[in-house]
Design a protein around this ligand. Structure first.
Ligand code: FE2
Length: 425
């Protein structure tokens, strides 16, 4: 007797299995002939572990147009706009917007998010607000908070002190933004400082590293050196790494082995990188996405992050990690079937590994969190970005949706009109 039974779903590896859930854990996976208090019929649908977003800015989300829109569309105007907004937004407003976003996320099957929190202003209202959000959503959504000195660790008088204050308040992860410090040397020093801070406190480390089109920006190699020095390995992540798009190929042939040696992970953010990078270019215009396939070929874990939804940097977004993977697939040209399947894994298992989430997956003993998608396979899910028919978090059904009415209205028409392929996609 299970509390919840998900019947007949297709798992990401193509196997068809029932999943029996007791309490907040997966109790059994296979052909299960058992009673359950509640049954979800997932026959013909994809059943996946939940989506995971390892890079987001929840203190800024859903603020699009406040105090005005980003007219140039650049990263720098976005930072400047945010600098105004963060000093006029109240804790209540920040909490309301973030909790609304968390509702969107849950409806999309996105159940774990790492969010950077700006620690620049001395009032630290963003930190206070995000700690409150983390507490509120904890029963159904896992939040990791990163102490993020948006204006630089050393560029403001209290930048360093405020990162330490945020960590003392309970923020989980050490951040950084070396390319925004005043000089290359101060950027490198910030990495030495922050890496030591993470190691001494036993915390994870996630740096906005070289989010620039400057091919000479060299902070990724310094970060890799510090990760190796402190043995942080997979507890450290380099976010964005967009300078690697523009770097000289010979230099990259030296850099990639250093990243692999460090064991650190990488988080490109394709929706934002394709939008913000290359803004100073005429033509040809650079894409600005880091070297995803090349890093993966070196054994480096690379996940896709979302970064922004409706904020000073990005005017769209729906909390759908399939949109993120879809854009990443295109920009990185990951069109081989094996690469498309990997893009789905990047927004599920790989991102969970990057965030060091415990007990993630669809095996007995794992946390009972999963999503049922109106698709036959991971590749079909990427093609359709379909409805999430059911979302289960820690053993509880937290979102449910009827099959797309448009699809139902086509039921009487020839099969070829339907968007889904007949049989497994
Ligand atoms: Fe970011």
């Amino acid at each position: 007797m299970f509390d919840l039974l998900v019947k007949g779903g297709t798992l990401p590896d193509g196997a068809v299995a029932d999943i029996g859930i007791t309490g907040d854990r997966i109790a059994a996976v296979g052909r299960l002939d058992a009673e359950a208090a509640k049954v979800i019929d997932a026959t013909g649908d994809l059943v996946s572990p939940p989506f995971v977003d390892p890079h987001f800015h929840m203190d800024a989300t859903l603020s699009f147009g406040l105090p005005r829109v980003n007219a140039s569309g650049t990263l720098l105007e976005g930072i400047s706009l945010w600098g105004e907004l963060r000093d006029i937004a109240t804790v209540e407003e920040l909490v309301d917007r973030a909790v609304t976003y968390c509702d969107w996320a849950v409806s999309m099957g996105l159940l774990a998010i790492r969010t950077h929190v700006d620690t620049t202003p001395d009032h630290l209202r963003g930190v206070e607000a995000m700690l409150e959000v983390k507490r509120r959503v904890a029963p159904y959504l896992d939040l990791q908070l990163v102490a993020f000195p948006q204006d630089g660790l050393y560029r403001t008088k209290t930048g360093r002190q405020n990162v330490l204050r945020a960590l003392d308040m309970g923020v989980d992860v050490v951040g950084g933004i070396p390319h925004f410090e005043r000089t290359m040397e101060e950027g490198a020093e910030s990495l030495r400082d922050l890496g030591r801070m993470a190691a001494e406190r036993g915390l994870m480390w996630d740096v906005h590293c070289d989010e620039t089109d400057d091919p000479m920006s060299r902070h990724v190699e310094t970060m890799a050196r510090e990760v190796t020095r402190h043995g942080l390995g997979g507890r450290a992540a380099g976010s964005h790494l967009t300078s690697m798009h523009s770097m000289d190929n010979y230099y990259v042939s030296k850099l990639l082995p250093l990243i692999a040696e460090a064991g650190m992970t990488a988080i490109p953010n394709p929706l934002i990188n394709i939008t913000l990078q290359g803004r100073h270019d005429t033509y040809p215009k650079r894409r600005g996405l880091t070297r995803v396939k090349e890093m993966q070929a070196m054994g480096i874990s690379v996940g896709w992050g979302q970064d922004c939804v409706l904020d000073p940097w990005y005017s769209l977004g729906t909390a759908d990690m399939l949109d993120v993977a879809f854009m990443g697939l295109h920009v990185a040209q990951m069109t081989h079937p094996a690469e498309m399947a990997r893009c789905f894994t990047m927004v599920t298992e790989t991102n969970a590994r990057i965030m060091n989430l415990p007990d993630y997956g669809l095996r007995p003993g794992c946390l009972a969190s999963l999503v049922v998608l109106d698709a036959g396979s991971p590749t079909e899910a990427l093609r359709l970005r379909p409805d999430r028919l059911a979302v289960v978090s820690k053993g509880k059904l937290v979102a449910e949706r009827r099959r797309n009415d448009a699809r139902l209205s086509l039921a009487g028409r020839p099969q070829s009109v339907r968007r889904r392929l007949p049989g497994p996609g």
